[in-house]
Design a protein around this ligand. Structure first.
Ligand code: PPS
Length: 295
């Protein structure tokens, strides 16, 4: 019988001190030969912060609000994920080779691992940040369903790992702060998931201005409607249902899980919340970024 490689739940691998999904760590070597183009647009986020949402918004903008064009392929093909690599699927770098300009690119990498070419080419960045508590909860459920991650253990132990930066991509606290710092010297549009929830049209207009495009008001309305959680959840080209279930098991937890701000309240205990707040104050001391943990 053919030997099937067991690819599920390998331990994280550390690269320059940053823990990463094993396969993604392996993708970083080949990624060194990637050349960014000045008209690339990079979508950068810490995981579970609204990457897929803003990817769909940007593809809709690039396609002039044409839903059919946005149905041409799953989001992972339309917006190549630079460091993506999973056995049996095309890597982000492979997808990139077949992607015509102007390209939308996705990464979760911290700056220490970001290919320098993106900075040298002054590639515009749309960064989306989401409050840490909702990210932690969303990440826990994603670890459960996406088997490229190690087993998350209990929620309590996962939360400890999240606070210690011992989850894939490392510290949320460092990520949101260093990309914020970069926005002072590099063209970065720094957005918040909670602002997108509060007023999607307002945030879509900010993106339009940043990418130097304009669209009629009705098209902006249409983009907001097409990229709502409800629509994206049922859209197979946006909801990751095309990924084989041995890699992402939506029966364990859907990729499009809840899509709200403030869901952490259903998961954190009072004690966990107190401990988290104390630790948060220390890690974010001196940082002028302010997050809303509900809208
Ligand atoms: S990933 O795997 O890091 O790329 O995930 P990412 O896309 O960054 O984040 C997934 C969470 O975003 C929610 N989501 C949305 N919320 C509101 N509106 C829309 N359109 C939308 N699309 C995705 C998704 O449900 C995940 O959050 P949770 O809290 O788990 O529901």
């Amino acid at each position: 019988m053919e030997q099937v490689q067991d690819t599920s739940r390998p331990p994280l691998e550390y690269v320059k001190g940053v823990p990463l999904i094993k396969y993604f760590a392996e993708a970083l070597g080949p990624l060194q030969s990637f050349h960014a183009w000045p008209d690339d647009l990079l979508i950068s986020t810490y995981p579970k912060s609204g990457t897929t949402w803003v990817s769909e918004v940007l593809d809709m903008i690039y396609q002039g609000g044409d839903v059919e064009k946005c149905r041409r392929a799953p989001v992972i093909i339309r917006v190549p994920f630079l460091e993506f690599k999973v056995p049996g699927l095309p890597s982000g770098f492979e997808v990139l080779r077949d992607t015509p300009a102007p390209r939308l690119l996705k990464t979760h990498l911290p700056l220490s691992l970001l290919p320098q070419t993106l900075l040298d080419q002054k590639v515009k960045v749309v960064y989306v940040a989401r409050n840490a508590k909702d990210v932690a909860v969303s990440y826990y459920h994603f670890y459960r369903m996406a088997k490229v991650h190690p087993d998350p253990g209990t929620w309590d132990s996962f939360l400890e790992k999240f606070m210690a930066g011992e989850v894939s991509y490392g510290s949320w606290y460092q990520h949101v702060q260093e990309w914020w710092e970069l926005s002072h010297t590099h063209p970065v549009l720094y957005l918040f998931y909670e602002d997108m929830k509060e007023n999607p049209k307002r945030e879509i207009k900010k993106i339009l201005e940043f990418v130097g495009r304009s669209l009629p008001e009705e098209t902006v309305d249409h983009i907001a409607q097409h990229t709502s959680f409800k629509e994206m959840k049922k859209n197979p080209m946006a909801n990751y249902s095309t990924i084989p279930p041995d890699i992402m098991d939506h029966n364990v937890s859907a990729f499009m899980r809840k899509g709200v701000a403030g869901d952490w309240k259903t998961t954190f205990t009072v004690a966990q919340n107190e401990r988290f707040d104390t630790d948060y104050a220390e890690k974010m001391a001196g940082c002028n970024l302010s997050f809303r943990s509900e809208v």
